[in-house]
Design a protein around this ligand. Structure first.
Ligand SMILES: Nc1ncnc2c1ncn2[C@@H]1O[C@H](COP(=O)(O)OP(=O)(O)OP(=O)(O)O)[C@@H](O)[C@H]1O
Length: 526
């Protein structure tokens, strides 16, 4: 048996005229976990998409180069080919069917059929054995240490629950030889990431080979046997476990020194801009139960909790995306939660965590995405004609977009490129630039640095600090990354079981945060 299960030779990919992979060579050992790291847009997902036969590759002219599996050359033209060879993939953006249940998603195309009916009608025409499908689905989720009712519709699940369903679907495949994971932990908190990493170690020890992509470099160093660094479609370096280090990986990925974004301590006035009173949100998997919370004008308020304890819900509730009860005072007046348009007009804006579905117009250009909400919502980028008439000021739009592309380092061909064609991390930066263009009074933002590289993370955090300091925006950041909240927040509200457990200063001890996460201390809002 060959030591290397997979060998990639001179892999090259063009999107139109744009060469995004430059004769990439990569060997992956059997039963090992191989990491792949690189800045946003460096070509990681493209390699994974080629190996999994994703249609975006064939629709854009296929690939050049050779792929050898177990020493045999293979040509991967479709996902069907990839699955036949034993590849499974967990995507950066979920590939789940929202209107189907958890069990239906996990067992899709591999459903159990009723034995009796199968004998008479044949497998194709026989009935699906739903009870058996549910049992299989819960058993694979249990293996992942995640219990959820398998009859729930996927559209009603929280983001981290969706990720576990996607992982379970791949693990349920019986001929899985090679697992591709494109940032599987980006949507998970530390506890869930750790659980997934344990499962991956177990899988590898049983012989499954793994290609693992992540921007969380500490995970790479902990999990991977080997890591390859890619920059602008070129392989830069490779490290074995014994000589891997975060600084070495970061330097090879980014190519410049990283400046850490930190908010200097400052005085915030006592005046409240937004007050939650007995406010509940019925968001599946992230319920909020009657919180009382005052957000001070101009502050950056961090919101954190273990997953499923409610940190994402306030923003969704205020914008009317999920049903809510109780009240919210905005600048001293009751906010009408049934009229989202009015709420946005008043100056409250939300950047949700599920950006691909709720944050971007994927078939529109980078330029339109960045200026859209600012132009329509706040009449920015317009110039007066005469009287009440005004038109789009295309020059000021372009100037703003160019500035944002430069400042946030959005990797693109030009500002007219469709956002669908950007890498995940670069789409994220477009969302941030759009929020900055609206100049809201209050910005709710969830998981602002999810899926972005180590350099871009600091640029995004810096941009939030600047919005707060220079434009006076009140920012409510929901994040599972406590370390980043500590660096940018004036105060941090910790939620537990859908209630505010404590409000802590950013320099509070780890112990205080740990107590607050588990709600072991007296509650703030009781
Ligand atoms: N469908 C597409 N059409 C045109 N260009 C594309 C398409 N998909 C990706 N690209 C380009 O290919 C390059 C590599 O993108 P890729 O998604 O592989 O990056 P990545 O390393 O996975 O980034 P991230 O960390 O942000 O996910 C980028 O410049 C991107 O804009």
């Amino acid at each position: 048996m060959k030591k290397n299960i997979l060998e990639i030779k001179n892999l090259t990919k063009y999107f139109g005229q744009n060469k995004v992979l430059h004769e990439v060579n990569l060997s992956i050992e059997r039963g090992k976990i191989h990491g792949l790291v690189g800045a946003n847009g460096s070509g990681k997902s493209t390699i994974m998409n080629i190996l999994f036969g994703n249609s975006v590759i064939s629709e854009t002219g296929g690939y050049e180069g050779e792929i050898l599996l177990d020493g045999e050359p293979i040509r991967i033209r479709s996902t069907r080919d990839a699955m036949k060879y034993g590849f499974g993939m967990i995507h950066q953006e979920f590939i789940l069917i929202p209107d189907m249940t958890v069990a239906e998603n996990i067992k899709l195309t591999r459903e159990n059929t009723k034995k009796g009916a199968s004998r008479i009608l044949g497998h194709e025409l026989s009935y699906i054995d739903k009870a058996q499908d549910q049992e299989d689905a819960s058993s694979v989720l249990n293996e992942l240490g995640f219990s959820i009712d398998c009859s729930y519709l996927v559209k009603n699940l929280s983001t981290n629950a969706k990720q576990f369903v996607e992982i379970a679907r791949e693990l349920d495949k019986k001929n899985l030889k090679f697992l591709l994971l494109d940032e599987p932990t980006a949507v998970l908190n530390d506890e869930d990431s750790r659980r997934l990493m344990d499962v991956l170690k177990k899988l590898a020890s049983k012989g499954t080979s793994i290609l693992f992509c992540s921007h969380r470099l500490h995970e790479i160093c902990e999990l991977c046997d080997t890591v390859t660094v890619i920059r602008d479609g070129n392989i830069i370096s490779e490290y074995q476990k014994e000589n891997m280090s975060i600084p070495a990986l970061a330097t090879d990925m980014i190519g410049y020194d990283i400046h850490e974004a930190v908010q200097k301590p400052r005085m915030i006035k006592e005046e409240s801009i937004l007050s939650f009173r007995d406010f509940s949100v019925q968001m599946p998997g992230e319920q909020l139960h009657g919180i009382h919370l005052d957000v001070k004008k101009g502050e950056i308020l961090g919101l954190t909790s273990l997953s499923g304890h409610g940190k994402l819900a306030p923003g969704y509730g205020v914008l009317g995306i999920y049903p809510s009860s109780g009240s919210i005072l905005f600048e001293g007046e009751n906010l009408d939660l049934s009229d989202t348009g009015k709420t946005i007009e008043k100056g409250i804006f939300l950047l949700p965590d599920d950006r691909k579905n709720m944050g971007l117009l994927l078939d529109h250009s980078i330029r339109e995405n960045i200026v859209f909400s600012g132009f329509y919502g706040k009449h920015r980028f317009s110039k007066k004609l005469f009287g009440p008439f005004s038109v789009r000021d295309k020059k000021s739009m372009s100037r703003y977009v160019e500035e944002q592309i430069r400042e946030l380092g959005i990797k693109c061909e030009n500002m007219n490129q469709k956002t669908r064609e950007l890498s995940g991390g670069n789409q994220q930066k477009v969302c941030i630039a759009r929020a900055a263009a609206v100049r809201p009074k209050v910005l709710f933002i969830s998981e602002p640095t999810r899926g972005v590289d180590i350099g871009a993370k600091e640029k995004i955090l810096d941009a939030l600090i600047r919005m707060s300091r220079e434009q006076g925006t009140t920012i409510i950041v929901a994040s599972s990354e406590l370390e980043e909240l500590k660096r940018i927040s004036d105060r941090i509200a910790v939620l537990c079981e859908g209630k505010v457990s404590r409000i802590l200063p950013p320099d509070a001890s780890e112990e205080e945060f740990a107590y607050a996460y588990t709600g072991e201390e007296e509650r703030y809002d009781q």
